[in-house]
Design a binder for this molecule. Structure first.
Ligand code: ZN
Length: 111
């Protein structure tokens, strides 16, 4: 697997409302939590099975209602994904590393 999809470090910064990831290639990603919650890849949030697997538009991170989000738990799944539990109790989303890295708003110059 490419180093751009290998996780080195993951940090939740509640104050900044960001999930921060350092990848094995040295890139630092910052994901505003509201956008990350809205980008939840589970079948419910994606609106049905036919919507699954579509790439996320990184502009999702530009939308903000000002609503605060909190992450209560993160579990790594194998070497390919993390499962995030949100403070609203939602925990169905398996965020694959490829998907996370490819929608990184820093890499897309959005934040
Ligand atoms: Zn979901």
């Amino acid at each position: 697997m490419q180093t751009r999809y290998q996780l080195r470090k993951i940090t939740v910064n509640s104050k900044l409302q960001e999930l921060q990831i350092t990848w094995a290639d040295g890139h630092h990603s910052r994901y505003p939590m509201e956008g990350l919650r809205n980008a939840c890849p589970c079948v419910l949030c994606q609106g049905g099975h036919d919507q699954m697997g579509k790439a996320v538009d990184p502009k999702i991170f530009l939308q903000s209602s000002g609503r605060k989000r909190a992450i209560t738990d993160i579990v790594q799944i194998g070497h390919y994904a993390i499962q995030i539990t949100w403070d609203d109790g939602h925990q169905n989303g398996i965020y694959r590393f490829e998907r996370l890295r490819d929608m990184c708003p820093v890499e897309h110059g959005l934040i």
